[in-house]
Design a binder for this molecule. Structure first.
Ligand code: UT7
Length: 370
């Protein structure tokens, strides 16, 4: 259901932004060595040129992105009263990766939980954060999207392994008495079609004595996901723009989920948006699921693409099948209060060495799929 959230009283604005992209690059040309693909196919069908492969865990990526977001807001970890970590590739099942992040940040005053809505996870989390602040129970909420998708990629399946990458983005959401932040939003789910994008038996539905490579890893009916993503992201965006009381021409910037540049272009066309108002960075990172939007937002602010008072539309679609859209009015500050020096330790392995366990595991399953 589309929700209009511009009630009088407390609002929730984004005051800090940050990202952490691991340094190891996997290019389309590298993938040509692993599967039957070409740089030309990947570039023209997806817009992706390269993606990042993480040598650290999701909580480490999330920590660095969070420290940048906190510095940009002029806040310390002790100021946080809630952490929401959107991820579908957490460090472990128990504890939540948000708990690990809380400890790594030493954010001892913060409650923390993971939220899994796959590629829509950041929008879901932003909506939850906004509504908890508006309810008056929390005031300073860290919202993070962080993923290590390469762990779940079958490098014998060319239809999925070229699409995804690792990374993290974070925002700080704070209570405000200004009419800014999320003006309207919509989150939705169609669980009946879950099997067109899933990891079939990676959880308790699997067989722990006989993990079958063909049943683990990300499996996707790409063309079907593509069709649904274009209509759903476009239609949900139109509904939230209307619910916010805006016209399409009022939109200053669209920051869509980065899954395929052709999905982004089709969504923008459906909205009738000038391509200059669409933020696209998929060429550098591929699809980083819940991380795409907060990473893109951090880059948009850094590149001067966000101005005080701008109305920004977020839209996403992904596994579940989940979707989300939101209109966010930016505040008056586009410069960080301060800058963090936080960074990852350097990788101790080459990119190909990091992929070898996947290649070995999934290589056993080649040709076995029914
Ligand atoms: O975050 C949300 C989740 N993901 C998405 O939103 C992704 C949505 N889907 C897509 O982005 C696109 O459907 C893909 C990029 C996955 C695939 O593009 P497509 O244009 O829909 O291609 P297709 O699946 O219809 O495949 C066309 C051809 C096939 O060959 P034949 O059967 O026509 O001979 C595929 O086998 O392209 C082939 N193909 C490839 N060729 C070279 C598929 N993957 C590759 C590849 N390299 N990596």
């Amino acid at each position: 259901m589309t929700e209009r959230s511009a009630k009088a009283g407390i609002g929730a604005s984004i005051t800090g932004w940050g990202k952490c992209m691991p340094p190891s690059v996997l290019s389309n040309h590298d993938l040509e060595q692993l599967v039957d693909t070409t740089d030309e196919w990947i570039t023209t069908r997806t817009g992706i040129k390269e993606r990042r492969i993480s040598h650290v865990e999701v909580s480490d990526l999330a920590k660095v992105a969070s420290l940048h977001a906190l510095a940009a807001a002029g806040r310390a970890p002790g100021d946080l009263d809630l952490i929401i970590l959107a991820t579908c590739t957490g460090d472990s099942i128990i504890p939540s990766t948000a708990a690990v992040l809380q400890a790594k940040l030493q954010a001892w005053n913060a409650a923390a939980f993971d939220l899994n809505a796959a590629c829509s996870g950041f929008i879901y989390s932003l909506v939850v954060a906004t509504n908890m602040i508006k309810a008056g129970t929390h005031r300073t909420v860290l919202v993070v999207g962080a993923e290590k998708l390469h762990y779940h990629l079958d490098f014998t399946d060319r239809s999925t392994c070229v699409l995804f990458g690792d990374g993290a983005g974070a925002v700080l959401v704070e209570a405000t008495d200004q009419p800014i932040g999320v003006l309207a939003s919509e989150i939705g789910m169609d669980g009946s079609a879950a099997e067109i994008l899933w990891t079939p038996r990676d959880g308790t539905a699997g067989d722990r004595d006989f993990p079958r490579p063909t049943e683990c890893g990300i499996r996707m009916d790409g063309p079907e996901v593509f069709r649904r993503a274009v209509t759903t992201m476009g239609d949900a965006s139109v509904r939230v723009i209307k619910a916010a009381g805006l016209e399409l021409e009022d939109v200053d910037l669209l920051i869509p989920h980065q899954a395929n540049v052709r999905i982004i272009d089709a969504t923008a066309r459906r909205l009738g948006l000038d391509p200059g108002k669409v933020f696209i960075n998929i060429a550098s990172y591929g699809n980083t699921s819940a991380a795409t939007i907060p990473v893109a937002l951090a880059e948009a602010v850094e590149e001067g693409r966000v101005q005080p008072g701008d109305d920004i539309v977020f839209a996403a679609f992904g596994a579940g099948l989940s979707w989300g859209a939101a209109v966010l009015r930016w505040g008056d500050r586009v410069e960080p209060v301060s800058v963090s020096e936080a960074a990852l330790p350097p990788p101790d392995r080459t990119t190909m060495e990091m992929l070898q366990p996947n290649i070995d595991f999934f290589g056993q399953g080649a040709g076995q799929r029914p």
